[in-house]
Design a protein. Sequence first.
Lengths: 226, 226
Amino acid sequence: MDATPSLIHTFFNPDILAKTAPIVLASAGQTVLLGFLIIVCGIGLGILLASLRYYTRRRTVTALIVGYVDVLRALPPLVLLIVVYFALPYVNVSIDATLATFLCLSAILSAFIEECVWSGIAALAQGQMEAARSTGMTWSAAMRHVVLPQALKIALPQITNRCIATIKNTALGSVIGFNEVLGSAQAASSDFANPTPLTLSALVYIAMILPFVLFSRYLEHRTGSH
Amino acid sequence: MSEILTTFFNLDIARQVFPFLLEGLLTTFKLSLLIIPLGLAGGLLLALLHTQSHYRAVRILVNCYVDFFRSFPQLVLLIFVSFATPFLGLDLPPILSLAISFTLSTSAYYCEIFRAGIGSIPPAQTEAARSTGMSAAQTLAHVVLPQAVRNVTPDLLGNSLEIVKGTSIASVLGMSELLHNAQSAQSVLFSPTPLMLAALIYLLLLWPAVRLVSNLEAAMRLRSRH
């Protein structure tokens, strides 16, 4: 009969919630800020790489881009994070946990975005670029006003999915000591010997990511109805 | 240059830790072989519930499940399951925490993929099969599912690849898979070589899978354009 109250008392204890919420929510602010920076840089770099791959006629440049993308798609994010954080100090390059998280996740996101945008460009008819150039547009103007807007529209569902994966991966930063939501919740949870901060951290993450998930569902619904 | 090589790719250390890392790799394989079938089964079950049910409520519930677990970072879920269940008086072994948390979240992703696959088969096929006297279950097993699975093979493979990469977070629970063994070796031998070697092993094994998924996706796009 009293199973429900005791469950709530354990997993959502109001006293402990009041004590730990400020700590967990403060790190939520940091996580959101870092996530935003990673998404901006990752998408920017990804679009740049895809454009370069489209522009270049040099085989070596294409091979380098494809190699970069493949390596970052094949390596587990946590492995990259740990290699960067724990291996670099051996050559006297010390890197702090926040910067390591930022660099690794931005690089991984840029690789996936390059792949999405590249397949978006590949799905467009070659005539698009040629027609734009024949009206007198420069290559970069044609890219900015004709090719990329259409390619990005095609790639939008995949880009949204990668952004979701990236925000989820910020939780990995806790493993190397970046004080994001999960890390601070784990610390608070062991301080108070109570799982309430962990419950809160799960809710915070879900609140951060759910809008993106719903947006991706909306996109899927919109394209599905055509 | 040679100094960097002896630090990051020290052959003596590499030879010394290689068997230990292979042991870890074997655990990584075993974990993947446990989790992928569980996720596939859960995802297929959810997709069938969603597509075959006559009740709107069932579809809404499946959607809620999928959105909830797509918003739940894997690591946060894993930590929550393994650190919060002891407060309920349950002491789960790490392998069980891992299996539960991975099945919960990967079945959400597999569900979306199977659902898209089933949705890609025109309803007329089901009607035709039913009119020949096949039962609903026979129609699914012999007509709809084989074609649905073929249509979403790249996505199924891509998701399974993500799961293999995701097993690296089992290291956080101290399970001796590849990443965990590399980290122990790194701290015992005070050398980054084990970490670099582990990254190399991941790369060599997963790169072909990444290429395969990319090529299958490209082939699929080409086929759908014709």
